[in-house]
Design a protein around this ligand. Structure first.
Ligand code: DOR
Length: 445
């Protein structure tokens, strides 16, 4: 089966150009197809931009065990609609993904349920090093250096030293210092309003834990990815370790700050907490300066009923996977960044950070994971239109410019004309850790 996408402005590794892209089965065959090219399906994409499919390297899809919030099928539907063609999911499910067997079970479940491509981290515990060394069907190891949803936590120094010393897979971590969070909570008697969340999970908690994790990675010379950087002061900590270290920002930490608790309450309660407008600006600077390489959502759905509980019973996390690309296209329209940067942060960089084979770029021989976007489309995000099982979004009622309109996963259209092909099944992403990570993978041409 051959599909020809004609006349789109294509974001290629060496820049954006109007060209015709030919797909054969699940592979990109030609990025400069001649006008005479024949195909089974010809898509006239005049006026649209064609991007590599987004790779979201941090989502929580709650399957198995917490599927009243989300499951692998509904989470993957949200991906298809949002232009996300591959997701990497976190291990804090029930049971947690902390053994090779649990990882294999999740991969099997995903094969039967996921519309888009998938990969799963393996979670570290104080005593599962043997399991962490038994598999390479994973992007890497996730450590909760601070606790969040679920009970995965490794905060004792000795256990952390062993994980960094005795494992070889790349590591990423949730960095919030447990002792600082506990002391703040005690001082505030647990907290009583949603805004207390940013006082309990404060600036200091993020900075201490990130410093600690970066020190570990440096001493053990271990590849390390700092998940969801939320403060200005983490940026100098992550600078100057370019040989082993990458970092990530989430749309909510770029776009929300403590002022938003008044308007949105627990809908913007997440871990790490939202911080100040100064931190928002610093994260944008970090992306623009190249200190932060990746944008991911940390999509973490909870039901509205759960979220509406008073603080601190209200759980942390918000859904974002179906809106993240649209939010970033809006940022392009606001001249905060370029479309090429968005492709770098959301497609190319995550593929390089996690050694994903043949994804993240529109290039010959790469997988035909693609998203067509209408950069000028005004649209209003509404709870009622969300396909995430939790059925809400903190951006309800807000109007943005720029929207994904069609998504291909391995050469098949899974989203077009507002409809998702729920029957399509994605494939397991392949990780080749011999590629060596972001800093050694060749940069775009
Ligand atoms: O707010 C959050 N919620 N942050 C995390 O890191 C985990 C997530 C969840 O799983 O609910």
């Amino acid at each position: 089966m051959r599909t020809l996408i004609r006349n789109a402005h294509c974001v290629l590794p060496d820049g954006t150009q109007k060209t015709d892209v030919l797909i054969e089965d699940n592979t990109i065959l030609d990025v400069a197809a001649s006008k005479a090219t024949q195909a089974d399906d010809i898509v006239d994409a005049s006026g649209f931009h064609l991007l590599p499919g987004v790779i979201d390297d941090q989502v929580h899809f709650r399957d198995p065990g917490l599927t009243h919030k989300e499951d692998l099928h509904t989470g993957s539907l949200a991906c298809a609609k949002g232009g996300v063609t591959t997701f990497l999911e976190m291990p804090n499910t029930k049971p947690a993904t902390i053994t090779r067997a649990a990882l294999a079970d999740k991969l099997e479940l995903a094969a039967s349920k996921c519309v888009v491509n998938y990969g799963f981290y393996i979670g570290a515990t104080p005593d599962n090093i043997a399991e962490l060394n038994k598999t390479d069907r994973t992007p890497g190891i996730k450590i909760f250096i601070g606790s969040s949803t679920g009970n995965l936590l490794v905060d004792e120094q000795e256990a952390l030293e062993r994980i960094f010393a005795e494992t070889t897979l790349p590591i990423c971590a949730h960095c919030e210092d447990e002792a600082t969070v506990r002391a703040n909570a005690e001082r505030l008697h647990g907290g009583s309003e949603y805004a207390d969340h940013s006082k309990i999970r404060d600036h200091k908690a993020a900075v201490i834990a990130t410093q600690r994790a970066v020190d570990l990675a440096r001493r053990h010379n271990h590849r390390f990815h700092v998940l969801h950087v939320s403060t200005a002061d983490e940026l100098p900590i992550i600078a100057d370790h370019g040989d082993i270290l990458t970092a990530e920002a989430c749309p909510h930490h770029l776009l929300f700050n403590v002022e938003d608790y008044k308007r949105l309450g627990s809908l913007v309660q997440m871990n790490p907490s939202i911080k100040s407008p100064v931190d928002n600006a610093a994260l944008w600077r970090g992306l623009n300066d190249g200190q932060i390489q990746v944008i991911a959502t940390d999509h973490a759905p909870h039901t509205l009923e759960e979220k509406n509980q008073p603080y601190p019973q209200s759980p942390s996390g918000l859904p974002a996977v179906e809106n993240s690309l649209a939010l970033m296209l809006n940022a392009v329209n606001e001249s905060r960044c370029t479309l090429e940067q968005v492709v770098g942060w959301m497609c190319d960089a995550p593929a390089r950070v996690w050694d994903i084979v043949n994804k993240g770029r529109i290039a010959e021989g790469y997988d035909a994971d693609l998203v067509l976007v209408n950069l000028r489309k005004r649209h209003t995000i509404r709870n009622k239109d969300q396909v995430t099982k939790c059925g809400w979004t903190p951006w309800d009622g807000e109007t943005f410019t720029g929207l994904p309109v069609r998504t291909w996963v391995m050469g098949k259209t899974v989203f077009a004309d507002g409809k998702i092909d729920a029957k399509h099944r994605g494939t397991e992403a392949r990780f080749d850790h011999a590629l060596g990570g972001y800093w050694v993978t060749p940069e775009p041409l």
